[in-house]
Write a protein that binds this ligand. Structure first.
Ligand SMILES: NC(=O)c1ccc[n+]([C@@H]2O[C@H](COP(=O)([O-])OP(=O)(O)OC[C@H]3O[C@@H](n4cnc5c(N)ncnc54)[C@H](OP(=O)(O)O)[C@@H]3O)[C@@H](O)[C@H]2O)c1
Length: 264
């Protein structure tokens, strides 16, 4: 399918692996120009090499920066060209009971999951409005709806993105810019693998047992009853980056395999 993304310039945070990486790859296959991001120059250059080996003539560049630091958004955008597409994908999560979750975890989730996108949007949205075209996507989570008791701070940080995205969408009135949220479900990325290993370690069970238990106990409403792949989520993200999605603005698109209840 031609998503009409040739030569559009995209910045994807947290994209050396997982959903961000899969999105970078798909955008490159659509002939977009992609800036990926990770915390170290080695992880970023490794991901660039891999993308170049997977996609012929890929126009992919790297921006090293840790969004736990407030200056990162400014530092990584300082010498960027005009950005058409901003994908606020970076997100950190861990499993810890509410009573044992320290302030530092709440602060880390707020800085990385929320403020990274706030700061980058503050820098890049005006340019999109000036050129009358742009896409901003916030990658949320099914946890914004489910709020598991061992992921309260993560879930709260993701729920915040819904309000921020809605607010920014209202700034785009009568323009060709859209701002939307994609809410994935449990997806087998590196981060999710680590999350699973924590569970395997603490329960001393086998991986398939842990996965089965996870879906029957913690994601019982999931219609898929399996982890999605990063590529499955990337397909939804890339559609929303495309000019083809021009009628969708201020929306929350769930790619959670039906894990959240209710009609909305
Ligand atoms: N996986 C899931 O089950 C799931 C479900 C729902 C929503 N989501 C959301 O989807 C998004 C992507 O998740 P994922 O599971 O694909 O990612 P992941 O595998 O956990 O994330 C890895 C990526 O994030 C980068 N990263 C981590 N901390 C960073 C920081 N402080 N600053 C800059 N980059 C950082 C890593 O870069 P380096 O290692 O190179 O530094 C790597 O590129 C997140 O917002 C997540 O909350 C995930």
């Amino acid at each position: 399918m031609n998503f009409q993304l040739k030569d559009k310039v995209a910045l994807i945070t947290g994209s050396t692996s997982g959903i961000g990486y899969a999105t970078a790859k798909l955008l490159l296959q659509e002939k977009a120009i992609v800036y990926i991001n990770g915390r170290t120059s080695s992880s970023v250059s490794q991901a660039i090499q891999q993308l170049k080996s997977e996609v012929k003539k890929a126009k992919v560049f790297g921006k090293v920066g840790d969004f736990n630091h407030s200056k990162t958004a400014h530092l990584i955008t300082a010498d960027l060209p005009h950005i058409d597409i901003l994908i606020n994908n970076v997100g950190v999560y861990d499993s810890s009971p509410f009573f044992e979750t320290p302030d530092s975890t709440w602060e880390n989730h707020f800085q990385v999951n929320v403020m990274s996108g706030v700061r980058l949007s503050r820098i890049l949205l005006k340019g999109m409005l000036d050129s009358n075209w742009g896409r901003i996507l916030f990658i949320s989570s099914e946890c914004a709806y489910l709020v598991p008791t061992d992921m309260v701070s993560y879930s709260a940080s993701k729920a915040m993105l819904h309000a921020i995205s809605k607010g920014l969408a209202q700034l785009t009135k009568s323009s060709g810019v859209t701002v939307n949220v994609v809410a994935p479900g449990s997806t087998l990325s590196k981060g999710a693998e680590e999350f699973l290993s924590q569970k395997i370690k603490s329960s001393e069970k086998k991986k398939n047992e842990v996965v089965q238990e996870f879906f029957s106990a913690e994601r019982s409403q999931s219609l898929l009853q399996r982890f999605t792949s990063p590529e499955e989520i990337a397909q939804t993200i890339v559609y929303l980056c495309s000019p083809l999605s021009s009628a969708t603005n201020g929306a929350i698109i769930k790619s959670e395999g039906g894990s959240t209840s209710g009609v909305f």
